[in-house]
Write a protein that binds this ligand. Structure first.
Ligand code: NAD
Length: 437
């Protein structure tokens, strides 16, 4: 079976390399020529554990990158769309990438007799597949749904930093559609790709689209919930939010995951998807009070960090502050909507001097701040002469920091927003979000 993947970002490239590792013939397409060039030479444009190794192997045999949409449409049975659906200025999703990709696909379809199943993996609000994707395809191909192409909605749930593992073993497969033959074809494809232990959920397009937004809205809610509890815990000496989270997580109705309090959620998905859900809900006449509160709670978390710094340092002016961790989560170089980046921007406005360290995200951060901040190549260098170090991302390198690492700090003050520092030496002033003192 030959498969095409349009959009080779986190989702598309992870999916393509996993399929190729299982001997599927995969054709990848991306509109970014620079990205194509890098991928062809075996270099992903972002960091993801295991990806580079798998990509190199994939390129040797089963994965080819192309820009010839027509030749691919002629050959492929399944065409996955994994282009970005970023946040637009008015708080909605911007569909320009999806519309362009679909238009191009429609034009190519008009020149072939092949009748592929087009599968939308990109995150889109309910109604988009039927009200936007289908008409664009029909207009540009001169064909109609069921007569030249089929459409399926198949949202993606992978987590950055764990994308390959999640793609190798997803927790669920959602297949949304109207046509039984197309649904069966996609179901069989996944059954062959994975073992039958992965639950498969068949529904219509709009429900599949809604499942994705509901999923991410709930995850954001869980994070904001535990962050609010962490803020309360922090005001009560002797309480550690992690113990509270661990205990409530044993209740099967709650579950242990996504109860790690921290600086607030970031990344390319949760902030965007929650905002889109709020805008979508308001557009169709429902005031999403809870979701708005989740968003506000998340935005306020950075204030909790700065209040703590103010309390401890008195002023932020001319203080050397070290930021440990820039990516929105560990094992990723993605700084989109990262709270670290927002915190640096805020501290700069207060006159602090900032030095940063991150195992993978320095290059991306440099593009944002240029020479406005200092970039350290080692943790120890980042801590030299610092008045305060803030652990922002839960990289494993930060867990083991000890007195030796802190010895050249001007003031040995650590603020741990993730509560990951294992060795809490008495020579160090240690404060953490969610721990009452
Ligand atoms: P990304 O920005 O990393 O990649 C999107 C890719 O699409 C880019 O390489 C871009 O150049 C390419 N593209 C844009 N227009 C194109 C066109 N017309 N033709 C071909 N290629 C085109 O995005 P991503 O993170 O992989 O996300 C893709 C979709 O999956 C989004 O809707 C996102 O919300 C969703 N999603 C993302 C994640 C995640 O963790 N990143 C998880 C689940 C779902």
């Amino acid at each position: 079976m030959k498969i095409a993947i349009i959009g080779l970002g986190f989702v598309g490239l992870s999916f393509a390399t996993v399929l190729a590792s299982k001997s599927y013939h995969v054709f990848g397409i991306d509109s970014d020529k620079n990205k194509i060039h890098k991928i062809k030479s075996g270099n992903p444009t972002f960091y993801e554990p295991k990806l580079q190794q798998m990509l190199s192997k994939a390129l040797q045999k089963h994965f080819s990158v192309s820009s010839d949409v027509l030749s691919i449409i002629r050959q492929c049975d399944l065409i996955f769309i994994t282009v970005g659906t970023p946040k637009s200025k008015n708080g909605y999703i911007d569909l320009y990438m999806l519309k362009n990709a679909i238009k191009q696909l429609g034009k190519a379809l008009s020149q072939t007799n092949n009748s592929p199943v087009i599968i939308i993996k990109s995150t889109i609000v309910p109604g988009t597949t039927q009200n936007i994707v289908q008409p664009i395809l029909e207009k540009n191909s001169g064909k109609s749904l069921g007569n030249g192409f089929e459409l399926i909605t198949n949202p993606e749930f992978l987590r950055e930093g764990n994308a390959i593992n999640d793609t190798l073993k997803p927790h669920v497969i959602i297949i949304g559609g109207e046509n039984k033959t197309a649904i069966h074809k996609v179901k069989e494809f996944y059954k062959k790709l994975y073992d039958s232990s992965i639950p498969t959920f068949i529904t219509n397009h709009q429900t599949a689209e809604m499942i994705k937004y509901t999923n991410n809205s709930f995850l954001a809610t869980k994070i904001s919930f535990i962050n609010q509890i962490a803020n309360i815990c922090q005001s009560i000496p002797g309480i550690n939010v992690d113990e509270v989270a661990k205990a409530i997580g044993l209740d099967p109705r709650i579950g242990p995951l996504f109860l790690n309090a921290g600086p607030g959620y970031g990344g390319s998905c949760l902030p965007k998807d929650l905002q889109t859900m709020i805008t979508f809900s308001s557009k169709i006449g429902h005031k999403p009070l809870l979701l708005t509160a989740v968003q506000q709670t998340n935005a306020l978390q950075i204030t909790n960090i700065t209040n703590l710094i103010y309390k401890l340092l008195g002023t932020l002016k001319q203080k050397n502050i070290t930021i440990l961790g820039l990516s929105f989560k560990e094992n990723s170089d993605d700084i989109r909507e990262s709270v670290s980046i927002k915190l640096i921007k805020l501290l700069l406005t207060k006159g602090s001097s900032i030095t940063v360290y991150d195992p993978k995200a320095i290059d991306n951060t440099r593009k944002v701040f240029n020479n406005k901040i200092n970039y350290a190549t080692t943790i120890n260098d980042s801590l030299k002469n610092s008045h305060c170090a803030i652990i922002m991302t839960a990289w494993k390198q930060f867990r083991k920091l000890n007195t030796g690492n802190f010895k050249n700090m001007k003031r040995k003050l650590i603020i741990d927003t993730r509560r990951i520092l294992e060795n809490k030496n008495t020579n160090v002033e240690y404060y953490a979000l969610g721990i009452g003192q």
